[in-house]
Design a protein around this ligand. Structure first.
Ligand code: NAD
Ligand code: 6OH
Length: 484
C-alpha cells in the first residue's frame, strides 16, 4: 500500500500514526497517510523559520519569480499524475480535474510570479507645517512563516492559491491539506524539489483539525499568520485558537449563494449556466448556487429546463471521460447531504427531481453518490434554504419584482457569491451593486480573473485574496517617512 508522507526541510518524513486515504467513488483504500504529531509539526515550523532567515526572503524578486514559473512548469510536466491523484482523492470527474483544478494550480504560480515583479508600493510626498516636505514610501517585507489550511473540494487549486502568493512575497509555508485529500500536496513537494526551491520553503504536514496537525499548526507560536479555506464553523474555531497570539488571518469560508434569473435572460444560456452553478463538482464548490430565484413569468419553464439538465447529467466513475458527476467526498458527507434531502421533504418541499442515492449495480454502489436534486415550494425560513448543504442540490423559488429578488438573495448570514442572469445589462449592473457578497457574476458563474478580489462577507469570510489583495495579506508593509 502506498504511503503519503509529510514533507519537512526538503525530506519526506513519516509520523507516528497512519490513517487511510479513501477513494470516494468506491470506498476503496488508496493509500496510508502519515499523520503529523506535535513533534512533526514543530519540526516543520522550525524548518520554515530557518528557510525564512536563510535565502528565500532575500533572493532577488526576479529569481524568486523565475522559480515560481519553474514550479508551474513542473505541474504541467506532471499534469497526468496530478489529475490522477486528484481524481482518486476527490472522486471528481477526470474531465473537470483536467479542465479546472490542475491548469489553475499552474496558473496560480504563473500569475503571482508575474504580479510580484510588477507590484509597486505606495508613496506620498507630504507637506510639513514648516513649509518643507517629507517623503513617505512603504516597503514590502515577508510576513513570515505562513500556516495554510485547506479543504477537500478543490484541494490543489485552493492550496496553490495560497502557496503561490505566499512564496512570491518571500514567505515560507507549512501547509496542512485536508485529511480527505492529502495526495496532491505531497506530489507538489516533489515538484518543489525538482524546481530547486530551497529546503524548508514549502513544508507539508498531514492530519486532522482538532487535537491534530491543523490545531498544532494554528496554535504554534512561531507561525506568523494563518490562511484558511473551509467551513465557517472551522474558521471560528481557528480564530479562537489564534486570538491569544493575535495572528493575522485570511478566511475563505462557506456560502449559501443565490442565482437570480430574470424573465428577459437568454433562456438556454441561463439554464446551462445555472445548472453548472448548482451541480459542478457535485455541488461541492463554495460558490455553488443552492438558492435559485426565478422571475414568475418563466418560473415553470425554467424549473422544467433545469430538471431536464439535472436528469441528463451522467453519474459514473470519475475516471470515465463521459462522467459529469462523481460522488461526494465521504460517507459522512453523503449522509449529511441525504439528511438534508429528507429534511427538505419534512419541511414541505416538492421534489422536482432526485432526492435520493443512485443504484449502479456495480462497485460504485460502495461509493458516496447522491442524485442531483431540485426542490421547490419551501418557505424562505426553511433550514434547507438557510444552511449550506454542499451537495448537488438547489431550491428554486419565484419572485415578482427586482426589489423582491434582491431582498431574497441578501436574506442570508453568508455572503460569498451571487449570479444574475438578464439580457438587460443596466439591470445587471444595478442588481449587482445591491448584492451583499464579495463576488457577483452577471450572465456567468465561476469565471475567474486571478487579479480580482476574491472573498466573502458575513459568515463567508474575512479579507480578500487575489491579485494585489493576496500580495498585501502575505506581506508586512513598513512605511518609511523621510524628512526632506
Ligand atoms: P473544514 O472546515 O471541515 O476543513 C477544512 C480544513 O480545516 C481541513 O484541512 C481540516 O483538517 C482543517 N481543520 C478542521 N478543524 C480544524 C481546527 N480546529 N483547527 C485547524 N484546522 C482545522 O472544511 P471542508 O469540509 O474540508 O470544506 C468544505 C467547506 O469549505 C464548505 O463549507 C465550503 O463552503 C468551504 N469552502 C470555502 C471556499 C471559499 O473560497 N470561500 C472554498 C472552498 C471551500
Ligand atoms: C470554493 O470552493 C472555490 C474557491 C475558488 C477560489 O478560491 C478561486 O480562487 O477560484
Amino acid at each position: 500500500m502506498k504511503s503519503i508522507l509529510n514533507y519537512i526541510d526538503g525530506e519526506f518524513v513519516r509520523g507516528k500514526r497512519e490513517f487511510a486515504d479513501v477513494n470516494p467513488a468506491d470506498g476503496s483504500e488508496i493509500a496510508q497517510v502519515e499523520e503529523a504529531d506535535q513533534d512533526v509539526v514543530d519540526r516543520a515550523v522550525a524548518s520554515a523559520r530557518r528557510a525564512l532567515h536563510a535565502d528565500w526572503g532575500r533572493i532577488p524578486v526576479r529569481e524568486r519569480a523565475a522559480l515560481l514559473h519553474k514550479i508551474a512548469d513542473g505541474i504541467e510536466r506532471r499534469f497526468d499524475c496530478f489529475v490522477k491523484a486528484e481524481v482518486a482523492d476527490t472522486g471528481k470527474p477526470v474531465t473537470l480535474a483536467s479542465r479546472l483544478d490542475v491548469p489553475r494550480a499552474a496558473a496560480n504560480f504563473r500569475v503571482f510570479a508575474d504580479l510580484i515583479k510588477l507590484a509597486g508600493v505606495e508613496s506620498f510626498q507630504t507637506e510639513t507645517p514648516d513649509g518643507k516636505a517629507a517623503l513617505n514610501y512603504a516597503e514590502r517585507k515577508p510576513l513570515g512563516v505562513i500556516g495554510i489550511i485547506t479543504p477537500w473540494n478543490l484541494p490543489l487549486l485552493l492550496l496553490t492559491w495560497k502557496v503561490a502568493p505566499a512564496l512570491a512575497c518571500g514567505n515560507t509555508v507549512v501547509a496542512k491539506p485536508s485529511e480527505e485529500t492529502p495526495a496532491t500536496a505531497t506530489l507538489l513537494a516533489e515538484v518543489m524539489q525538482e524546481a530547486g526551491i530551497p529546503n524548508g520553503v514549502y513544508n507539508v504536514v498531514h492530519g486532522f483539525g482538532p487535537g491534530s496537525a491543523g490545531e498544532f499548526l494554528t496554535q504554534h507560536p512561531d507561525v506568523n499568520a494563518v490562511t484558511f479555506t473551509g467551513e465557517s464553523r472551522t474558521g471560528a474555531a481557528i480564530m479562537r485558537t489564534v486570538a491569544s497570539s493575535v495572528k493575522p488571518v485570511s478566511f475563505e469560508l462557506g456560502g449559501k449563494n443565490a442565482a437570480i434569473v430574470f424573465a428577459d435572460c437568454d433562456f438556454e444560456e441561463t439554464v446551462n449556466g445555472v445548472s453548472e452553478a448548482v451541480f459542478m463538482n457535485t455541488g461541492q464548490v463554495c460558490l455553488c448556487a443552492e438558492r435559485v430565484y426565478v422571475e414568475r413569468p418563466i418560473f415553470e419553464r425554467f424549473v422544467d429546463g433545469l430538471k431536464k439538465k439535472a436528469e441528463g447529467l451522467r453519474l459514473g466513475a470519475p475516471t470515465d471521460t463521459a462522467t459529469d458527476l462523481g460522488p461526494l467526498i465521504s460517507a459522512q458527507h453523503r449522509d449529511k447531504v441525504l439528511s438534508y434531502y429528507q429534511l427538505a421533504r419534512d419541511e414541505g418541499a416538492a421534489v422536482v427531481t432526485g432526492g435520493g442515492a443512485p443504484k449502479f449495480g456495480n462497485r460504485l454502489d460502495q461509493g458516496f453518490y447522491v442524485q442531483p436534486t431540485i426542490y421547490t415550494g419551501l418557505p424562505e425560513s426553511a433550514r434547507c434554504v438557510k444552511e449550506e448543504i454542499f451537495g448537488p442540490v438547489c431550491h428554486v423559488a419565484p419572485f415578482d419584482s427586482e426589489e423582491e429578488a434582491v431582498a431574497l438573495a441578501n436574506d442570508t448570514k453568508y455572503g460569498l457569491a451571487a449570479s444574475i442572469w438578464t439580457t438587460n445589462l443596466k439591470r445587471g449592473h444595478r442588481v449587482a451593486h445591491k448584492m451583499n457578497v464579495g463576488i457577483t457574476w452577471v450572465n456567468c458563474w465561476f469565471l475567474r480573473d486571478l487579479r480580482t478580489p476574491f472573498g466573502g462577507v458575513g459568515l463567508s469570510g474575512i479579507g480578500r485574496e487575489g491579485g494585489i489583495h493576496s500580495l498585501n495579506f502575505y506581506s508586512e508593509l513598513n512605511n518609511i517617512c523621510v524628512r526632506l
